[in-house]
Design a protein around this ligand. Structure first.
Ligand code: NAD
Length: 340
């Protein structure tokens, strides 16, 4: 029976990446029925809102979404669709693995980090107001329930994936109450995993420096929303940039898989963007659905194509287009193992 998946192609380079990714996932032979829905700029024109109700309704039904990037106007206009989706579906865990790849130029060759970002609260709760004309206030919300839930997700992930250490990242020396509560919650949960998974904590500024200098010392990081957003881009930079960084938003009732990068409007429609991040997000989706072997095959095929260096996109120094890269990955999936 085919798996029904809600497909949100998104804005900018999104539709091209979605096309490339669905072709690769279809080539695994698992069988998907893609339920296409529109969100973002295209939906504003057709529905008057960037996040129409049918998008949420579709994901509530299929319980799985694969999403391209969506343009968010800066400073004014509609609220971020991404934040709206995560909150509406309570996709509380944002998982962003960052792993070095042969053939992708970067400072290190052995980075293997997993960022677990709390996805529902902190400064992203969207509670902001002006105080008079010349001051603005944003409210940072941290709760014990959400902090313990994300910490538990990070530890469970570590156990399930053979990871040895979880590092909680915070600024509890300054935000003693909010970040203090996050850290305390992580410590409470860590105690339940003692002897199975190591635990430590780092202040976020020091964490950034440590990651740049000694990324090999870290394994799974758990962070509140804002630090998680920033540190996961830093981690993406350590392994070669946004074009190769996948992501997943996981909740109890649903999960949405999407690249870390944005809609790169300047490359829209040019068959130039790198679909790796979205294809690898698709591989995370396969793993979530219980297809670990197929996920591994897709990840290996992507790694092989990039390592061989003949069919890479412009951001990785190649001349192949988005569709051509997907063709090469599909050919690699079908090739006998070990053949590049
Ligand atoms: P961006 O990720 O779109 O682009 C940053 C840089 O990375 C650009 O130089 C871009 O050309 C390059 N890049 C990104 N993805 C690439 C790919 N697949 N292949 C090759 N190069 C790639 O970030 P931005 O410019 O800050 O944001 C553009 C829009 O995307 C904004 O409206 C922003 O709000 C939105 N955005 C959406 C998401 C999401 O939907 N989850 C995430 C981040 C940003």
């Amino acid at each position: 029976m085919a798996h029904r998946v809600t497909l949100i192609p998104g804005d900018g380079i999104g539709p091209e990446l979605a096309e490339a990714t669905t072709r690769v996932l279809d080539a695994t032979g698992i069988g998907f029925e893609w339920e296409r829905v529109e969100a973002g700029e295209a939906a504003i024109a057709s529905h008057g809102t960037p996040l129409p109700d049918d998008v949420i309704a579709s994901i509530r039904e299929t319980r799985i979404g694969l999403k391209g990037p969506i343009t968010t106007p800066v400073g004014s206009g509609f609220r971020s669709v991404n934040v709206g989706l995560r909150q509406a579906l309570d996709l509380y865990a944002n998982l962003r693995p960052a792993r070095s790849m042969e053939g992708v130029e970067s400072r290190y060759t052995d980075v293997d980090l997993v960022i677990v970002r709390e996805n529902t609260e902190d400064l992203y709760a969207g509670i902001e107001h002006m105080v008079g004309r010349d001051a603005a206030e944003s409210i940072k919300i941290i709760t014990r329930a959400a902090s313990e839930r994300i910490a538990r997700y990070a530890f469970d992930y570590a156990v399930a994936n053979g990871r040895h250490k979880v590092t909680a990242v915070h600024k509890a020396n300054i935000m003693k109450l909010s970040d203090g509560l996050f850290l305390e919650s992580c410590r409470t949960v860590a105690a339940e995993y003692e002897g199975r998974v190591e635990f430590e904590d780092r202040i976020v500024d020091n964490m950034c420096m440590q990651l740049v200098q000694k990324p090999d010392l870290y394994d799974v990081l758990v962070l509140p929303n804002l630090y998680g957003d920033i540190v996961s881009d830093l981690a993406a930079g350590l392994v070669g940039g946004l074009g190769v960084a996948p992501g997943a938003n996981i909740g109890v009732q649903a999960a949405v898989f999407e690249p870390v990068h944005g809609s790169a409007p300047k490359y829209a429609g040019m068959d130039r963007a790198n679909p790796t991040a979205m294809i690898l997000s698709g591989a995370l989706m396969l793993r979530h659905l219980g297809y670990a072997t197929e996920a591994e095959k897709v990840e290996s095929a992507v790694r092989e194509v990039i390592a061989a260096g003949r069919s890479t996109t412009a951001d990785l120094g190649g001349t192949t287009g988005t569709a051509g890269f997907a063709d090469a990955v599909i050919a690699q999936l079908r090739a006998p193992s070990g053949v590049r």
